[in-house]
Structure formats: C-alpha cells, structure tokens
Design a protein around this ligand. Structure first.
Ligand SMILES: [Zn+2]
Length: 280
C-alpha cells in the first residue's frame, strides 16, 4: 500500500455533510456531549441529554412508526432516466449510481403499507441520504402513486418529509412534481381520506411548497428546519435580520404554518390519535 498515493483517485467535492456513524460514540451537536451510540439508538436517535433529534433514515422511520416495525414496500423499481443528461461537478448518472449503492434504494423515498396502532396506513418516507432527499421525477411519481393508492384503498396517508427540495439535476421535471402531487392530494381530499404530513429536519424548498404543507394536519419534529428559501436569501431580499429560531418548528407553530410540534417518542401515539379523530 502506497503512503502518499491517493487510492480512490477522486475527491469528494459534493460538500454534503456526512454524519460519521461507524464509531461507538457520537458527539451531539446540540449539547456537545459524547453519547454512547447504543444509548442514542435506544432513545429513538434523540439525544438523552438535550433532546436533539438526530436525522434518521427512511427505514428506521418506518420501523419506528409502524407496528412491530413491519411493513410492505411498493414502487421500489422506479428509477431516474436522467432526462437532461445533467452534468455538474460529476455526471448526475454517476451521482445516482453512487446514492443507489450507498442507500440500497433506487431513489429518495420508500412507499410502504403497514399498521399504525392497529390501523392500516400508507406511508411515504423520504430518504435524506439519497442526494439530500431531493425530489425529482421518481420521488414525485412514487409519492403520487402512494396518494392514489391511499385514495383507491381508502387508507389514511402519512408522508414523512426529509428533503432539500426539488432536484436541480432534473430541472423543470422536478418542478412539475409539485403540481402533480398537489393535484393528487386534492383528489384524496375530495375522497375524504385523511393525510397527515410529518415534517422532519430538514423540510425545505419545493417539498415545503407542495405536499409537506398540505396535510389535514401538519406535524413537525422539534427544532426541524422547515422553510422555502434559505435564510440568507431571504435576508438579502428583504434587507432585514431574521428573528432567532426563524424557520424552526417552534417558530412556525407560533406563526400558524405548522399545527403541532411533537417529540419523536410521542409521534406514533399522536398520529394514531389524529387518525382516530379524523376517522370518527
Ligand atoms: Zn445533546
């Protein structure tokens, strides 16, 4: 093995922050305490000291929400065709392949059916580790299918958002998904099937601008970043300093953009109660 020769030949310039999880200990960004990873996992990936909600992947989310962690998945075969043959620092096709290898998913969402406290539900859970949970044609189509499946089977729908917004590598095709999903949700509403939106850290851009804010109830995890444009863009546009906690769950509840902030440990119970009330 050479000491000074780069092995992979390629620098990772994606700039995406990666959480190193291979160690036994994790440093909490909230309180700077060192936490034993096992303690963190047993506490639903919420810091036992300061209650910071760590990001979790789509599979962990589904296992936490659904009874006995059991669920059946759908639409897992959908895969992007790279309609624009987009290239930035590297070809989008290569980015896709890499994300697919890392996550074992074809794109940034898992559609599932399972039971939540005994009640059948359809859940779309977004995967932030897949190109920032961005929404291209595949995420748009998968979520639309979940909405349509909910309408046809008259089953309540839950969408768990974790997304940087529309996927820029698919340009206008990404933007079209906002309208497509919103139209499907309007039909779900006409059919009087409940839809609960769960917003987790982060829920931004085109996802906030479409289905994340369209729930019959919009629930957020504590201190999640939720917004459309980033704070810097807004500050430069309106030439004002933004208040503290702007675009965090608690601020958004106070200003009527979000209905409830619910800690992860109570999320399942709260959604069960909401569905029970909406079904009554
Ligand atoms: Zn902490």
């Amino acid at each position: 093995m050479a000491w000074f020769k780069r092995q992979s030949g390629e620098l990772d310039t994606s700039g995406e922050k990666k959480v190193r999880t291979e160690g036994l200990w994790v440093k909490c960004e909230g309180c700077r305490q060192i936490i034993w990873k096992k303690d963190l996992e047993e506490n639903m990936n919420v810091c036992p000291k300061c209650e910071k909600h760590f990001r979790i992947d789509a599979r962990t989310r589904l296992a936490q929400l659904l009874d006995e962690g059991q669920y059946e998945t759908f639409d897992a075969e959908l895969s992007s065709t790279d309609p624009l043959k987009f290239v930035d620092l590297k070809p989008y096709s290569r980015r896709l392949r890499q994300a697919q290898e890392e996550t074992g998913l074809k794109d940034a969402v898992i559609n599932a059916r399972g039971k939540l406290e005994g009640r059948p539900v359809i859940v779309s859970a977004m995967e932030y580790a897949f190109i920032g949970g961005s929404m291209g044609a595949v995420v748009g189509e998968a979520i639309t299918r979940a909405v349509e499946r909910a309408a046809e089977s008259r089953t309540p729908l839950i969408i768990v958002s974790a997304s940087g917004g529309a996927r820029m590598m698919e340009g206008v095709v990404s933007l079209m998904q906002l309208a497509k999903i919103s139209a499907a949700l309007a039909r779900l509403d006409q059919a009087k099937i409940p839809y609960v939106s769960l917003m987790t850290d982060p829920t931004t851009g085109g996802v906030t601008a479409s289905f994340a804010m369209l729930g019959d109830l919009n629930i957020a995890e504590p201190k999640a970043l939720i917004g459309f444009a980033g704070p810097r863009v807004i500050e430069q546009t309106i030439r004002q300093t933004l208040p503290e906690g702007f675009q965090r769950s608690e601020f958004l509840v106070d200003h009527g953009f979000v209905d409830l902030v619910v800690p992860r440990a109570q999320l399942k119970g709260t959604v069960a109660t909401v569905l029970k009330l909406l079904a009554a």
